[in-house]
Design a binder for this molecule. Sequence first.
Ligand SMILES: [Zn+2]
Ligand SMILES: [Zn+2]
Length: 224
Amino acid sequence: MGDGWSGEELRASVKAYLEIAGKVRAGQKVTKKAYYDALAEQFGRTAKSFEFRMQNISYVLSLMGRDWLPGLKPKKNVGTHMAALIESFINDIEQQPSAPVAEFEKQVREKRGRYKAPPEGQKKPEGKTVSITQYERDPAVKAWVLDSAKGHCECCGNQAPFLDSDGLPFLEVHHVRRLADGGSDTVANAVAICPNCHRGLHYAQNAKGMVEALYIKIGRLVLE
Ligand SMILES: [Zn+2]
Ligand SMILES: [Zn+2]
């Protein structure tokens, strides 16, 4: 494997990361350093190298449109293969497989600015079947949240960008604490927002700031 990390150490790092994240979410006190030290002891690397690896895991989570641990800012110096491996460990340990994105997105980022001529692409891209986790959602929650927004994005306040095929203002419903992160499917955790804000909440550099603003602005939201 690239830069000499074994699958075993990588898996242990992802496991520790997810465990820390679970504790932070549950409001429990957790010392990250203790986890790094234990990993360092187990695998004979410095604690610091595990901290960097944790930041790589944050980066992979950000590629997946997922939330990452505060204090572990995403670090993008992770190879394509490593990113794919981290993603597969996340899916595996959480037992909630998602469609793989990290490897593809990592490659996109590596190829930016490198082509003058347009690439050929593929006339008939091959399909493949993947298994993903879907959450049982309550249509009443989505309906209520959309209705209560009255055609305006609850994030930026702008009007919905267009009408849908039913002639209704188009907004999307987002779970502020992601379902994949254990968030609830309730109106206290869901917002109706425009597609721009929705992408921003998943992928923006300032996504965490946007979330904070939502909690302040929308009275019905309860921090999970
Ligand atoms: Zn918006
Ligand atoms: Zn969303």
